[in-house]
Design a protein around this ligand. Structure first.
Ligand code: CAO
Length: 437
């Protein structure tokens, strides 16, 4: 092991300095992964289809002529090169990139990488140290050839069947647990594979299937599935309401996930403001403080309310009483009063409130970035803070912005070769290629 650095923390490079990523990702899941790696210091070279690029550049466009926020918010700190991966000269460039990168990350439809000729065997022959990391919708099995988007994964990973209210349909959540969640899983797999490579000297394949990633995040619901065999789930409010359980983990509305009952309660202004609510947890150790705060001090000793077990069948009524109190205050007043006595609560923050939150700006979790075409915009910075590997958020690249730089500085190609490859049309959109030819 090297001796501990004498440089001040935050001034001795970044965690993934020296790691170069061949980024073949698109849409959301893969780009989330490579963006994280870039924030940790990896040199991420994003390969995009000439003329078009990552399809998200042109999706949900809000400023005409500028890359969409969908794209800019998922591709910070990367460099962009355009290559037609099916063109012979494009393949030649890709082979050179494979030789000079540590990790190839992709999230194409199943089989697409092979159809480009970039099989594991081909890659591994060119560069035995290369780690090949993929997001796919499903792991090996009956659905392995399927194309998958976010909500498909939420549904097949067990999240949708356990989200929503008992008497309503399954629901998907706004948090992108299928795409961004799987990107996170893949990033961890890549870092683990890089670590193993230090010992073995060879790369390996890393697969994060979206169904698996969602299920991993929904694991407490598989826990409940097994608990059901031993009796009703007493912390679910349907238990207190006397509604029998079926044979699968039910949707639990806004019940708390763990053994500490919770619910979303109205606060002052709820009639006009759709987010004037707070999540309130009746954590057992602070039950006395809750009783004092809402003006029910006798509940502290009344055997009907004093123990968690006695309270379980009456949760609906108890939360209705707490709500009478929360409705007299704003969500932030409730939060302040509860925090003073250690009651865990969470105000329902709108995206507007989050965008304006000063503390999130100070930590770099919400960042303002300048872009040459769209101007200033807000983004989410690196949510993982390393004290010795400080993240800076750099704007996403324009399509093909770094093509020349990568050909000459990364691959070391001379001017003549670069001109030859360009003239072949392998790096430009078809109409430009026609002109060049
Ligand atoms: N040059 C030439 N061709 C290129 C190229 C390049 N630089 N980049 C991509 N292509 C080609 C691919 O080779 C593929 O061609 P073939 O079908 O002939 O092999 C084609 O573009 C389309 O790729 P795709 O099938 O991956 O894209 P799609 O839009 O049809 O499907 C998606 C998108 C996301 C459904 C699919 O990629 C997928 O299932 N990915 C895995 C799961 C995943 O990551 N889903 C999350 C998406 S985020 O919500």
């Amino acid at each position: 092991m090297p001796r501990p650095s004498k440089k001040p923390f935050g001034q001795d490079g970044k965690a993934l300095d020296g790691v170069r990523i061949l980024d073949f990702t698109h849409v959301q899941s893969g780009p989330t992964c490579t963006q994280l790696l870039a924030w940790f210091g990896a040199d991420v070279i994003k390969v995009e289809r000439p003329g078009v690029g990552d399809i998200t550049r042109g999706q949900l466009v809000d400023v005409k002529g500028a890359d969409s926020l969908y794209f800019t918010m998922l591709n910070h700190n990367k460099r962009s090169i355009t290559i037609d991966s099916k063109h012979p000269q494009g393949k030649r460039v890709l082979d050179e990139l494979i030789k000079s990168c540590d990790v190839l990350v992709e999230n194409f439809a199943p089989g697409a990488l092979d159809r480009m000729g970039l099989t594991w065997e081909h890659i591994h022959k060119l560069n035995p140290r290369m780690i090949v990391a993929s997001v796919k919708g499903f792991g090996p099995g009956p659905y392995e050839d399927c194309k998958v988007y976010e909500n498909v994964a939420q549904c097949t990973g067990g999240a949708a069947s356990t989200t929503g209210f008992r008497d309503g349909p399954p629901l998907v959540t706004g948090a992108q647990i299928g795409d961004s969640g799987t990107g996170l899983h893949l990033a961890l797999g890549i870092v683990a594979a890089l670590y193993q490579r230090n010992r073995t000297g060879r790369g390996q394949k890393v697969l994060a299937a979206m169904q698996d990633g969602v299920l991993n995040l929904a694991r407490v619901k598989l826990r409940d599935q097994q608990r059901l065999q031993h009796g009703p789930l007493t912390e679910y409010s349907q238990y207190g309401e006397g509604v029998p359980f079926g044979d699968a983990t039910p949707r639990a509305g806004n019940d708390s996930g763990g053994g500490q009952p919770g619910w979303i309660l109205k606060c002052k202004g709820w009639e006009e403001d759709p987010n004037a609510y707070i999540y309130f947890i009746t954590q057992a150790p602070v039950w006395g403080a809750i009783c004092d705060l809402i003006g029910e001090p006798t509940w502290k000793t009344d055997p009907e309310y004093a123990t968690p077990k006695a309270r379980l069948p009456k949760l609906k009524a108890i939360f209705a009483r707490i709500e009478e109190w929360t409705m007299t205050k704003t969500k932030f007043e409730v939060m302040n009063l509860c925090n003073e006595v250690d009651i865990p609560v969470g105000p329902i923050l709108s995206m507007k409130e989050i965008a304006e939150d000063e503390s999130l700006r100070k930590t770099g979790t919400v960042v303002e970035v300048d872009h040459p075409v769209r101007g200033k915009y807000l983004t989410v910075g690196n949510p993982i803070k390393l004290s010795d590997s400080i993240s800076e958020v750099k704007r996403s690249p324009l399509l093909g912005e770094h093509t020349d730089e990568i050909l000459t500085k990364v691959l070391g190609l001379d001017k003549k070769t670069v001109a030859e490859i360009k003239a072949s049309g392998a790096l430009s959109a078809p109409e430009k290629a026609d002109k060049a030819a």
